[in-house]
Design a protein. Structure first.
Length: 136
């Protein structure tokens, strides 16, 4: 067997997709209004791990003036003025790559169209590196 035939044989053993680079997908957090009854609302945030697993998560955002959150579930809530911070519970912080978890909260008044300056673990919730736009 010649050197050339050994190299050719070795090349056949290398998987075809091995040289293909894929861009990493960042983690995201998405807000939605689960229910609205006029004088109040139920909000929901879904945290989704990207290409990499998460060992913990922290979501923080501001609400427009006049809105407030009274209680939350499936996350620990702290508040400073109109800035709200949600941290995972001991049982729902670790997320495998691509996995998701949701937490919810009740607030007032109803009609909230979205949250302001949302961050997931210090980065923009939308995964772009740019904060989410202000809702209109």
């Amino acid at each position: 067997m010649t050197i050339g035939s050994l190299i050719a044989a070795a090349a056949l053993l290398v998987p075809l997709g091995m040289n293909t680079a894929t861009a990493a997908t960042p983690a995201t957090a998405t807000y939605s209004t689960a229910s609205d009854w006029g004088s109040g609302f139920e909000g929901k945030v879904t945290v989704k791990a990207g290409t990499s697993a998460l060992t913990s998560w922290k979501v923080e955002f501001d609400l427009p003036a006049g809105n407030s959150i009274a209680s939350a579930w499936d996350a620990d809530l702290t508040k400073s003025g109109n800035h709200y911070t949600f941290v995972n519970k001991a049982w729902n912080g670790a997320l495998a790559a691509g996995a998701s978890v949701s937490f919810g909260f009740n607030g007032a008044p109803g009609g909230l169209s979205g949250v302001l300056d949302c961050k997931l673990n210090g980065a923009a919730c939308n995964g772009t590196g740019t904060p989410d736009p202000t809702p209109t």
